[in-house]
Design a protein around this ligand. Structure first.
Ligand code: COA
Length: 549
């Protein structure tokens, strides 16, 4: 065994790079070419490999240090055993080439195609030299159409086997059409995006030289840039499980990305503790550990909710049992119900509608229904009344985008109907309820309910609802608290109508009363509006002529 210095290798022209992660510890055994630390230049991060197989005896640098080619970063007691794979030599040459590509100089900027137009010109920005790398996948698009960028601002990030590289903007200007998407493979000369560059009366060289001032300006005027998203992106630890924002930026080196891929960790959900919020390997390990702990505590159910799960006892100690797997539909319904219950602060508003006259009218339609081959049940009246209430109180016809802190208002009225089937609950959707008549709604709801029972519903027939009606009226009960079918914000439960004595100011009258239970998302809807909604329903159902108004 001989002790040797570990030196920073050729950085392909980059002067100084910052150490952003130390991957090994003193005492660790490494194979030749194993990554020992990660450095980052302005444009890319790269792993520096062990020069030989052996034991790391000393590390003389720390995270944040700046190093350049030839600097000693530690000591290695070489074992003389190559230890690595046969691919090591090949990898090494690839890595060298890559280091060069990361540290490429300014003069490697592409010669763009130009389309002149008045005081501005449009350039098609192309992929610069990738120093021998071809077909490198895009892992992130750092800009959006319409963004103002400065010269050298990163446009897209690509990732080869060993390193991530940001392709910088060769100009200051406004991003036009983006010609690539995540996952596309790029090579030198590939079209990247169109960019509009203001000429301002200068000649082209002057315009290119004006990058710095445009950069400063663009930095002040680009609050929408995707770079600002990581802080807004939810972290799963201790919060409700939410998908990350599309385009959430991940700052991580290739080794970390590789580790995340191996462990199945979604890096957009991992909080980085490295410099500038960079994700390091410890962060990935901590994230995976926390997910496993939550899964264990939650019995694998309430992951991310922070709510302790229900531990199951051994039921067989109490008597005979048998187990059977859940159907896919049951498992999906369970997940949806739990997701809604955990995410939505539910409140339920109750009311009774006097449907004495409505029922008299409905029953009077029996012969007409037989002629049409359609049965008129209370459901079409409920659909019509709910559509009118959604139009009158549009705060019920919304979804909440908590990620972007926006309310999505819908200009259409599609209503889902919960259907009880032998294989589970299904919710087909009737579109444009406000534009349909009672017979049409009766026919369509009967047809969709039958399709649900026959497992014939297409996915499109179960999507797009603004609101749901769940009617247990044909079965029984006086009231219940339905669970909102997220991302809708309200659901109407209907129980069995029954004759009740109702005081008319002089005496009690026997009236047919229909119990209504409106559950709503209290983030979107306040209690007074919920009372207005059920109030309106009782008026509309109490005198169905008002549905025509
Ligand atoms: N009060 C009293 N009777 C009612 C009623 C109510 N609120 N709603 C319906 N009925 C009557 C109907 O008039 C009909 O009686 P009739 O044959 O004497 O005319 C009978 O109950 C059966 O009606 P139904 O076939 O259920 O038709 P519908 O149009 O009212 O309901 C569905 C259709 C699809 C909603 C219904 O079949 C269904 O599946 N309901 C269950 C939904 C569910 O499981 N929800 C729970 C989700 S957690």
């Amino acid at each position: 065994m001989s002790e040797q210095e570990i030196k920073v290798p050729d950085l392909g022209g980059a002067d100084e790079v910052e150490i952003i992660e130390i991957i090994v510890s003193e005492g660790d055994s490494v194979a030749e070419e194993d990554p020992i630390l990660t450095v980052e230049s302005d444009k890319a991060s790269v792993e520096l490999p062990a020069p030989a197989a052996g034991k790391i005896t000393k590390i003389t640098v720390k995270v944040g240090d700046k190093v350049k080619e030839g600097d000693v970063i530690g000591m290695l007691s070489a074992s003389g055993d190559a230890g690595g794979s046969d691919d090591a030599e090949e990898d090494k040459s690839e890595e060298k080439a890559e280091e060069k590509s990361e540290a490429r100089s300014e003069d490697s900027k592409p010669a763009p195609k130009k389309k002149k137009s008045g005081g501005s010109r449009t350039e098609v920005v192309k992929v610069p030299s990738l120093d021998g790398f071809d077909d490198v996948p895009v892992i992130e698009i750092n800009v959006s159409e319409g963004d103002t960028v400065g010269e050298d601002d990163p446009l897209v990030t690509v990732e080869s086997d060993k390193a991530t590289m940001e392709i910088p903007s060769p100009y200051a200007g406004k991003v036009g059409k983006i010609l690539v998407k995540e996952g596309d493979k790029l090579s030198e000369g590939s079209d990247l995006l169109e960019m509009t560059i203001e000429d301002d009366g200068e000649d082209e060289e002057e315009a290119a030289d004006s990058g710095d001032s445009a950069k400063a300006e663009s930095q002040a005027s680009k609050p929408e840039k995707k770079d600002s998203k990581p802080e807004a992106a939810p972290q799963p630890q201790g919060s409700t499980y939410e998908p990350p924002a599309p385009g959430t930026k991940v700052h991580a080196g290739p080794a970390v990305r590789k580790l995340a891929r191996e462990l199945g960790a979604d890096l957009t959900r991992v909080k980085g503790s490295g410099p500038k919020g960079r994700i390091i390997k410890d962060d990935v390990h901590a994230y995976v550990k926390s997910q496993l702990q939550q899964a264990q505590q939650g019995g694998g159910v309430a992951v991310g909710s922070g709510i302790p799960g229900v531990k199951l006892p051994d039921f067989s100690q109490f008597g005979e049992i048998e187990r059977e797997g859940m159907s896919r539909m049951m498992a999906a319904t369970a997940t949806n119900m739990q997701r809604s219950w955990l995410n939505v602060p539910h409140v339920t508003q109750f009311d009774d509608a006097d449907i004495t006259e409505m029922e008299a009218f409905r029953k009077g339609q029996k012969a007409a229904g037989e002629k049409r081959g359609v049965k008129m049940t209370p459901l079409p009246f409920l659909l019509k009344a709910c559509a009118a209430a959604l139009a009158e109180l549009p705060q019920f016809n919304v979804s909440l985008d908590m990620e972007r802190k926006e309310v999505v208002r819908k200009k259409y009225i599609h209503i889902g109907i919960a259907v009880d089937t032998p294989h589970g609950l299904m919710v087909p959707v009737i579109r444009d309820v406000d534009q349909k008549g009672l017979w049409e709604l009766a026919a369509e709801s009967a047809e969709l309910a039958q399709k649900a029972r026959d497992k014939q519903l297409k996915p499109a027939e179960m999507q797009g609802a603004c609101f749901t009606i769940t009617s247990l009226g044909g079965i029984g009960g006086t009231a219940f608290t339905p669970i909102v079918n997220t991302p809708e914000v309200a659901i109407l439960g209907v129980s069995k109508a029954s004759m009740k004595p109702v005081w008319d100011g002089k005496e009690f009258q026997p009236r047919l009363m229909l119990p209504l239970s409106l559950s709503y998302d209290h983030r979107a809807v306040n209690g007074a509006d919920a009372a207005r909604f059920t109030n309106l329903l009782t008026q509309l159902l109490g005198d169905i002529r008002t549905l025509l108004l």
